[in-house]
Design a protein around this ligand. Structure first.
Ligand code: PLP
Length: 391
């Protein structure tokens, strides 16, 4: 069956599985389908391949392979890091995080609050930046963990992880799900105890993640069962996805050198053209420091839902907010935290580019979008007072 042509500009939601990744994982769905924990070689020989994938993913963040635990997704990695910090330090019952984290962090922290833990959700400025002194002041003797994302999934804004204070013996976790494969990363420079990754954001399939646990950091497993992952995560390994993640990490390292600049150029071209050609548009967040692939733009007087519907009719995929929260009527918590009005937040779209985007995709978007905005503004003008630009 012929594949429908889509113009996919939503690579922060998920990414296409790379053909090389598919090729690497297929034998582990067809011929080599054993269980790595089995005593016979048809099973336990798979351990070699898992070790190789662990090495490849470790290389992506300059970790040691033994510091990586494979999980089922970024959400599990994040929940596991927070859970471990609290269980290995039962005397400390406070977490510091930010108001703009992904729901994997925010909702787990809100759940913990209901169980009696104390959580500080730090605000951000209109540029999406953190006040590092405020962060420092919020850490106390009761704080078990600071969890701050490396790159925001909606705006692409980067937080300066190495600059955040590491004193007071507090554990540090960073959600690097969006940064991985888009920026070079080194866990030693980041100085983190935990770091979360997700395969499907870098051209591996959905359903595979990894948690970096710094060597000698005490760890309490979140999923308890068999002795897989050296006792750190129960459950039979998802061998095909682990192999895929390894190959995807290897490709990401190679592409960081070759492709990163061209993605940035394409993003800059897309953003500049929209801002120039369509009245009443402005970027949400600063130009830098930002992921090279992400652009979040508000369109005065229109609702993102309407734009997305018409883009969809033109086979263009983009999004408003994160994929996990679209469908809800709430305006983006990230843009709201940056001081955007609910109207402006609901009038904002995220475009996120990836390895397979070409100049033709951007040209096509730019051919469609001005007409869509014009049509929506003509049909259903949403009155809104002029706001000062955000970031
Ligand atoms: N953290 C961030 C910043 C994300 O963008 C996402 C996914 O959108 C996640 C965590 C969750 O990852 P997963 O979908 O693998 O659970």
């Amino acid at each position: 069956m012929a594949q429908q042509l889509v113009y996919y500009l939503d690579n922060n939601a998920t990414t296409r599985v790379a053909p090389e990744v598919l090729e690497a994982m297929l034998p582990f769905l067809s011929e080599q389908w054993g269980n790595p924990s089995s005593a016979y070689s048809f099973g336990h020989d798979l351990g070699r391949h898992i070790d190789q994938a662990r090495l490849q993913v470790a290389e992506l963040i300059k970790a040691e392979p033994r510091e990586l635990v494979f999980t089922s997704c970024g959400t599990e990695s994040i929940n596991s890091a927070i859970h471990s910090a609290l269980f290995t330090r039962p005397d400390r019952r406070h977490i510091v995080t930010t108001a703009v984290e992904h729901s994997a962090t925010l909702k787990f922290c809100a759940f913990l609050q209901k169980q009696g833990y104390e959580v500080t959700f730090l605000p951000v400025t209109s540029d999406g930046a953190l006040d590092l002194q405020q962060l420092d002041r919020s850490i106390g003797p009761n704080t078990a963990l600071v969890s701050v994302m490396l790159a925001n999934n909606e705006t692409g804004v980067l937080f300066p992880i190495p600059e955040i204070c590491r004193s007071k013996g507090v554990l540090f976790h960073t959600d690097a799900v969006q940064a991985a494969g888009k920026l070079p990363m080194d866990v030693k420079e980041l100085e983190v105890d935990f770091l979360s990754l997700s395969g499907h954001k870098l051209h591996a399939p959905k359903g595979i993640g990894a948690l970096y646990v710094k060597r000698h950091t005490k760890y309490q497993p979140y999923i308890i069962g068999g002795g897989q992952e050296r006792g750190r995560r129960g459950g039979t390994e998802n061998v095909p996805n682990i192999i895929a993640f390894g190959r995807a990490a290897e490709l990401a390292i190679a592409n960081l050198k070759d492709k990163s600049n061209s993605i940035r150029e394409l993003r800059d071209q897309l953003e500049a053209s929209i801002l120039q050609r369509i009245d009443g548009t402005s970027r949400n967040g600063p130009a830098e420091p930002r992921l090279p692939n992400t652009s979040n733009i508000s369109f005065r007087g229109v609702e993102a839902e309407g734009i997305l519907m018409l883009l969809d009719q033109a086979n263009i995929c983009a999004s408003s907010g994160s994929a996990c929260t679209t469908g809800s009527l709430d305006p983006s918590h990230v843009l709201t935290a940056m001081g955007c009005s609910a109207t402006r937040a609901r009038a904002s779209l995220r475009f996120s580019l990836g390895r397979y985007n070409t100049a033709a995709d951007v040209t096509y978007l730019l051919a469609c979008l001005p007409g869509i905005i014009e049509k929506l503004r003509a049909n259903a003008p949403v009155e809104e007072p002029l706001e000062t630009s955000l970031g």
